[in-house]
Write a protein that binds this ligand. Structure first.
Ligand SMILES: NC(=O)c1ccc[n+]([C@@H]2O[C@H](COP(=O)([O-])OP(=O)(O)OC[C@H]3O[C@@H](n4cnc5c(N)ncnc54)[C@H](O)[C@@H]3O)[C@@H](O)[C@H]2O)c1
Length: 258
């Protein structure tokens, strides 16, 4: 098969949770530019509708659906809505993340709230969407983890800023998601479902200048990630071009941990 055909997502129904967020919008754009049909699922429909109409103005086939991944009934409603509107699902990008914990000393209730959405909720939506993909004959699942799920925090990045230390729940659930990826790749063996994760580095989002400076000088590429950096890996893993990549975690950090 020609490589352009291998990378094409034409005719594929793809779902991105948290698709109106920072990395989410880049992922949606990549899938849509590769000719996929993209469903953005998020808690807040007002935010999503704005993002969807901007993508539709560019001629992309992008749709909005509601989900709260911390609520099992809501996950089941999303599944039903996908079946009713599209009849199947080919690609699931598990990208949503909740950040209820702000620092190391936060109350444990915030840690528990984080686990409810980022651990239990993530497992729930992964299992439900995988069953949808299985019913349709197979496809690809991509978990968006983080380099913070692979390494401890580099606290010197925050020196001279008022950003504070990053919260511990994030390191816990991103690391869990990476190994859950390997687990699921085994569980779905023989069912034509591949499961991979991407561990991105920090996306530039107008962070304080000092932070961007501290961070960028440690990256061989010399900068934070931009809006295009994740698109190629997403399309590779989502498409037939990635047919022999399974159970893998791809670190996308500009060489920071080389
Ligand atoms: N931004 C970065 O620099 C960075 C770096 C590495 C990895 N990541 C990863 O990228 C992914 C997206 O992160 P981001 O920074 O773009 O986050 P973000 O906060 O911009 O977006 C997260 C999205 O998740 C949604 N969400 C939160 N709780 C939800 C729930 N209960 N149900 C459904 N949706 C819910 C939010 O509404 C939001 O749209 C995450 O997996 C994160 O770990 C981000």
């Amino acid at each position: 098969m020609n490589v352009k055909e291998l990378l094409s997502l034409r005719g594929k129904i793809t779902l991105v949770t948290g698709g109106a967020g920072n990395y989410g919008k880049c992922i949606v754009e990549g899938l849509a530019e590769a000719d996929g049909t993209v469903i953005i699922a998020s808690r807040n429909m007002d935010n999503v509708k704005d993002v969807v109409s901007r993508f539709c103005e560019k001629g992309f086939d992008v749709h909005a659906m509601q989900v709260d991944q911390g609520d099992h009934e809501s996950v089941l409603s999303l599944k039903k809505a996908i079946i009713d509107q599209f009849g199947r699902l080919d690609v699931f990008v598990n990208n949503a993340v909740a950040r209820p914990m702000k620092g190391y000393d936060d109350p444990m209730e915030n840690f528990a709230k984080s686990m409810e959405i980022n651990a239990t909720g993530a497992m729930d939506i992964l299992r439900e969407m995988a069953s949808l993909i299985e019913q349709g004959g197979g496809g690809s699942i991509i978990n968006i983890a983080s380099m913070m799920g692979m390494f401890g925090p580099d606290l010197s990045n925050y020196k001279g800023t008022s950003m504070g230390n990053p919260p511990p729940d994030y390191f816990f659930h991103r690391a869990g998601l990476i190994n859950l990826t390997r687990y699921l790749a085994r569980i779905y063996a023989g069912k034509n479902i591949r499961v991979n994760s991407i561990s991105p580095g920090g996306l530039f989002n107008n962070q304080p200048e000092r932070f961007v400076e501290n961070y960028s000088q440690k990256v061989p590429v010399g900068r934070m990630a931009n809006n295009d950096d994740i698109k190629g890996i997403i399309v590779l893993l989502a498409s037939e071009a990635g047919a022999y990549i399974n159970g893998e975690n791809i670190l996308m950090d500009g060489g920071m941990y080389a």
